[in-house]
Design a protein around this ligand. Structure first.
Ligand code: F6R
Length: 241
């Protein structure tokens, strides 16, 4: 595992954006595994700037997002599809048909998970999977559990995740209780995994995930078994490593 310690969030974002940009330059038709959340916002902004400057071309890039809330329309401002459009896709020349996020409004979410698995099987393996990390060690919406989930699956969100995400909604009651998430096996099949973390509040879980036992109770701990992981974090997030 390679670890890059940066001064702060902005420097972390620059490093993450550079690694993703390098991937797009080296393999213009690459498959990017993308994440939402507050961590990658700065990196996406820099990628959009790279496109505007003419340094990056996303015309052949394919993307597969990690997850989506069940019940939120793509136009809902807290849906992950909306997040991706407003933070990245609307600002670069990626072909909308080449972007993939589970459909939060699918009538049958279990069937939607199966469809998404098929999409991943057809496009994959993912060249580089960007991940943030939850305070309980979740990656995607793979919450602490008795076993590692394999493929895209329907999950009940942990209470801690609902509370953490409540800041984006009018109240915790409005946070959806279920989500569809790419499974751990799929994440582990990505050729490269890029984990981004920022802030002191992530320091304890970063330590647990990367130096503690590998256990489905800390889903990110499985990344210790991946042959090509890059961890980029600001010094606050990596302070306990
Ligand atoms: C987002 C996702 C989540 C977040 C995690 C960290 O697609 O799958 O696992 O990466 O909850 O969120 P932030 O970046 O907001 O701390």
């Amino acid at each position: 595992m390679r670890i890059y310690v940066t001064e702060d969030y902005n420097a972390m974002s620059r490093r993450v954006a550079s690694i993703l940009a390098a991937q797009v330059i080296l393999k213009p038709d690459c498959v990017l595994g993308l994440a939402t959340g507050s961590t990658p916002v700065g990196a996406y902004k820099l990628l959009a700037e790279g496109y505007k400057k003419g340094d990056l071309d996303f015309s052949q890039v394919r993307s597969i997002n990690l997850d989506e809330y069940v019940g939120l329309a793509p136009t809902h401002d807290q849906s992950y599809r909306y997040f991706m459009q407003s933070n990245l896709f609307d600002h670069v020349n990626i072909n909308p048909d080449n972007t993939n996020v589970p459909n939060g409004l699918a009538a049958d979410p279990a069937e939607e998970c199966r469809r998404y698995n098929q999409v991943i099987r057809t496009l994959g393996p993912i060249d580089i999977q960007l991940l943030g990390m939850g305070h309980n060690g979740h990656i995607g919406f793979n919450e602490p559990a008795d076993a590692f989930a394999l493929e895209t699956n329907l999950v009940n969100l942990a209470e801690s995740t609902i509370q953490a995400n409540a800041r984006f909604f009018a109240s915790a009651d409005e946070v959806p209780r279920q989500a569809m998430t790419m499974g751990i096996q799929t994440i582990m099949q990505a050729r490269k995994v890029l984990v981004a973390v920022s802030g002191k509040d992530k320091a304890a879980i970063v330590k647990k995930a990367f130096t503690g036992p590998v256990t489905p109770q800390v889903p990110a701990s499985i990344l210790q078994m991946h042959p090509d992981v890059i961890l980029v974090g600001d010094k606050a997030a990596l302070s306990e490593l």
